[in-house]
Write a protein that binds this ligand. Sequence first.
Ligand code: SAM
Length: 202
Amino acid sequence: MVGTWCRSGLGRLKKTVRHSRPLMFVNELMHQPKFTGAICPSSRKLGRYMAKHIPLNHDGIVIELGGGTGVITQAILDHGVPADKLIVIEFSNVFAQHLQRRFPHLTIINGNAADLDALLPPDVRINAIVSSLPLISLPPEVRSRILHHWQTLLKDEGRAIQFTYNLRQTQWQASLNACHYSSEIVWTNVPPARVMTFRFAA
Ligand SMILES: C[S@@+](CC[C@H](N)C(=O)[O-])C[C@H]1O[C@@H](n2cnc3c(N)ncnc32)[C@H](O)[C@@H]1O
């Protein structure tokens, strides 16, 4: 009797964690701290500040890296990017499943951004990469493969949009051969975040 009660209580708790975005976040943070890289989901304002840099007059696709709970994904759609021009790459299978439930009409790929070239259709033209990846806490080898993909995939005037909780210059920026064209702090995000944008040229 007590065993059944405990099992059904545990089942309810698991369901609550599965459907509550902040709890899902804490759960992922405990299991994969270096990959989750944040204590809670991004704010909607941060999403808007990221999405506003995506050009809408470009026929390439938009790649979101590290979709998490989908706050930035929603902002990208609200900005006007059509669903068939957005591909979301998410490493955690818990977040990837959540994203597929929340956005059934989107292409969600459960994979590692370090393998970006292999995950995308061949010869795809990319308009922008919008990244929430915790570049500072990721293993250095993973980070350098991701930055290498930015460099090669965005060489036709593409742009990268990244946020960081480091409000000063980050070390990985120095290894990027790109023109850094804007930087803005969203003070009301928890914690405050800096949105950076980069342009790449052939
Ligand atoms: C700071 S959280 C993103 C928060 C998200 N904007 C939100 O509001 O929920 C970082 C996300 O990047 C994902 N991630 C980390 N490393 C990754 C990688 N190498 N490839 C793909 N996704 C990755 C994590 O699983 C996590 O969902």
